[in-house]
Write a protein that binds this ligand. Structure first.
Ligand code: URP
Ligand code: ZN
Ligand code: ZN
Length: 483
C-alpha cells in the first residue's frame, strides 16, 4: 500500500500565498491540500499524522550553489555528498545543485561521470548538477546537446577568475552561450576579472603583504563589477539570458540595474555570507579571518544593505551558500601567504534559518520573498519547477515544518557539516526547522535523522529556456558557428 502522511493545522507559505490548510501526501508527492482534511477519510487514516500547529509549512529549500568534495587549491572541500546533503536537510535544504567540474583537457561527460560517482548512492538529500566548463573547444562543443537533453544538466558555469586554473576567456564564454542556447541551456558565471586579481595578488606579495586581510584588498569590487558587466554584455550581444553567481556588492548590482534598462534578462544570485558579514571579519586577530576567505570576498556594510534592497527590487533572485568548507588545518596552508588559503566556507546548514531570522524576523523581506529566494526562484530558473520549489498538488512533498518561536544558537558543537568551525559561532537564531520531509518521507524530526545515505535522488533538470532551434534543427549535425 502506498505510504501516506497528513500534516494538519500548519500555515502553508509559498512564493505567492500564505494560508492555513492541511496537506495530504501519498507516496512521494502532495496529493491534496484543503481545510480540515483531518475530519475526513481517507485523509485522517494516513499512515502518519503530523500536527503542525503554530508552524509554517515551507517548500524544501533549494541551494543552487554548492561544492561537495571539490578538488580546489591543492585540497578538497571537506563535505562529502553524504555529510553535506544531510547537513542541508537539518537546515531545511532538501535539494542542492552542485557544480560538476570539467577537468581541463577532458570531456564534459567525464566531468559529469565523476560527480555522479561522488554523489550516487551517497547523497541523503536530492541533488542536481550544473556543469563548470573549463575548456570549451570543438570536442566539448559537440557534447552540449547530450549534456542538456540526456543528462539533465542545463546550466553551464564559467569562471572569469582563478587565472591559470579554472578561468576561461571571453571567446569561450561567447561560444558556450551560443551553443547552450541552441538546446535551452544557459551560461552562469563567477564574475571576477582574473587578470586584475592575479596582478593585484602578485603586487601585494612582492610588497610583503601576506596576511589574511590582503585577500579582500586583492579583489576589490571593481574586479567583480567589470567582469559582471562584461559577462552581461556578452550575453546581450548574443541575445542570451544569463545568471551571475555569488554577486556581492553595490557596484555589480548597479551594472545589473543598467542591464535591465536595455531590457536584458539577467538572473542574479547572492549568498548568505554576503548578507550576514562585512569585511571587518578580515581584521580579526591572528589567522581567525581565514574562516571567511572565499571569493569574491566580504564587502562593506553599504553593500550588505544594497543586497537586501536588491532582493526586494527583484534584481536579486536567489540566495545560495557557495557551500565549500575547508577545515582549519586546510586553511593553514595559507598561513604565510593569503593567496594559498583555500577559498570557501561552510553554510548549507545555516542559510534557510538565517534568511528567516535575519530577513523575515527583522522585517527586511516578506515571508513570500523568503520562500522565493530560498527555494522557488531556483526551481524556476533551473528547470525543476513545479516538481520542486513549491507546495502544490503533484509537487514532490519536500516540506519544512518550521517553528518560528524556537530560538537556538549556532555552534560547531551542534552542526552536521563536516567542518571544524562554524562561520556563525554563537549566533542566536529565531525559528527552527522542526521536521523536514523529503519526497513524502520524514527525513529529520526534532534533531533526529530518519533516512540514510542513498535516499537522495538525482534530479534530471529540464532545459532552462525555450531552445532557440526547432525540433528538426536540433539534430546537432550543424554546430553553431560564431565569430
Ligand atoms: O571561494 C569560493 N567561492 N570557493 C568556491 C569556488 C567558487 O568560486 O565558487
Ligand atoms: Zn565562484
Ligand atoms: Zn562556488
Amino acid at each position: 500500500m502506498t505510504h501516506s502522511v497528513l500534516i494538519k493545522n500548519g500555515t502553508i507559505v509559498t512564493a505567492a500565498d500564505s494560508y492555513q490548510a492541511d496537506v495530504y501526501i501519498k507516496g512521494e508527492a502532495v496529493h491534496t491540500i484543503g481545510k480540515n482534511l483531518n475530519a475526513l477519510p481517507p485523509f485522517n487514516q494516513a499512515n502518519k499524522i503530523i500536527d503542525a500547529t503554530g508552524c509554517y509549512l515551507f517548500p524544501g529549500g533549494i541551494d543552487p550553489h554548492t561544492h561537495m568534495e571539490l578538488p580546489f587549491m591543492g585540497t578538497y572541500s571537506s563535505d562529502s555528498f553524504e555529510s553535506g546533503t544531510l547537513a542541508g536537510l537539518y537546515g531545511g535544504t532538501t535539494t542542492i545543485i552542485d557544480f560538476a567540474i570539467q577537468a581541463q583537457g577532458k570531456s564534459l561527460n567525464a566531468g559529469l561521470d565523476e560527480w555522479h560517482r561522488k554523489a550516487d548512492g551517497q547523497a541523503v538529500g536530492d541533488y542536481a548538477f550544473h556543469l563548470a566548463v573549463t575548456d570549451f573547444n570543438e570536442q566539448t562543443q559537440a557534447e552540449v546537446q547530450e549534456v542538456i537533453q540526456k543528462r539533465g544538466v542545463s546550466s553551464f558555469k564559467i569562471f572569469m577568475a582563478y587565472k591559470g586554473a579554472l578561468m576561461v576567456d571571453d571567446l569561450q564564454i561567447a561560444r558556450l552561450m551560443a551553443e547552450t542556447a541552441r538546446f535551452g541551456g544557459m551560461v552562469i558565471a563567477h564574475t571576477e576579472n582574473g587578470d586584475m586579481v592575479a596582478n593585484n595578488v602578485a603586487q601585494l606579495l612582492t610588497e610583503g603583504h601576506t596576511g589574511v586581510k590582503y585577500h579582500g584588498l586583492s579583489r576589490p569590487p571593481i574586479c567583480e563589477a567589470e567582469a559582471a558587466g562584461r559577462f552581461m554584455d556578452l550575453a546581450h550581444h548574443g541575445e542570451h539570458e544569463c545568471y551571475i553567481v555569488h554577486l556581492t556588492c553595490e557596484e555589480s548590482l548597479n551594472r545589473v540595474r543598467k542591464a535591465t534598462q536595455r531590457n536584458q534578462r539577467v538572473f542574479v544570485e547572492t549568498c548568505i555570507q554576503y548578507l550576514m558579514f562585512n569585511d571587518s571579519q578580515y581584521e580579526l586577530p591572528g589567522f581567525e579571518g581565514a574562516k571567511w576567505i572565499f571569493s569574491p570576498p566580504l564587502r562593506k556594510a553599504k553593500d550588505q544593505e544594497a543586497l537586501w534592497h536588491g532582493m526586494n527590487q527583484n534584481l536579486i533572485h536567489t540566495v545560495a551558500t557557495d557551500h565549500c568548507p575547508f577545515c582549519l588545518d586546510q586553511k593553514r596552508m595559507g598561513e604565510q601567504d593569503f593567496s594559498k588559503i583555500p577559498n570557501g566556507a561552510p553554510g548549507i546548514e545555516n542559510r534557510f534559518e538565517l534568511m528567516y531570522s535575519e530577513g523575515v524576523e527583522k522585517g527586511r523581506i516578506s515571508l513570500n520573498k523568503f520562500v522565493d529566494v530560498t527555494s522557488t526562484a531556483a526551481a524556476k530558473i533551473f528547470g525543476m519547477f513545479p516538481r520542486k520549489g513549491t507546495i502544490a498538488v503533484g509537487s514532490d512533498a519536500d516540506i519544512v515544518i518550521f517553528d518560528p518561536t524556537v530560538e537556538h544558537t549556532y555552534s560547531v558543537e551542534n552542526q552536521h557539516m563536516n567542518c571544524d568551525y562554524s562561520a556563525y559561532e554563537g549566533w542566536r537564531v529565531k525559528g527552527k526547522c522542526r521536521t523536514v520531509l523529503l519526497r513524502g518521507t520524514v527525513a529529520i524530526d526534532e534533531g533526529k535523522t530518519l533516512i540514510n545515505k542513498g535516499f537522495g535522488k538525482y534530479i534530471h533538470r529540464a532545459p532552462v529556456m525555450e531552445p532557440l532551434l526547432s525540433e528538426s534543427q536540433k539534430t546537432g549535425d550543424t554546430p553553431c558557428q560564431i565569430g
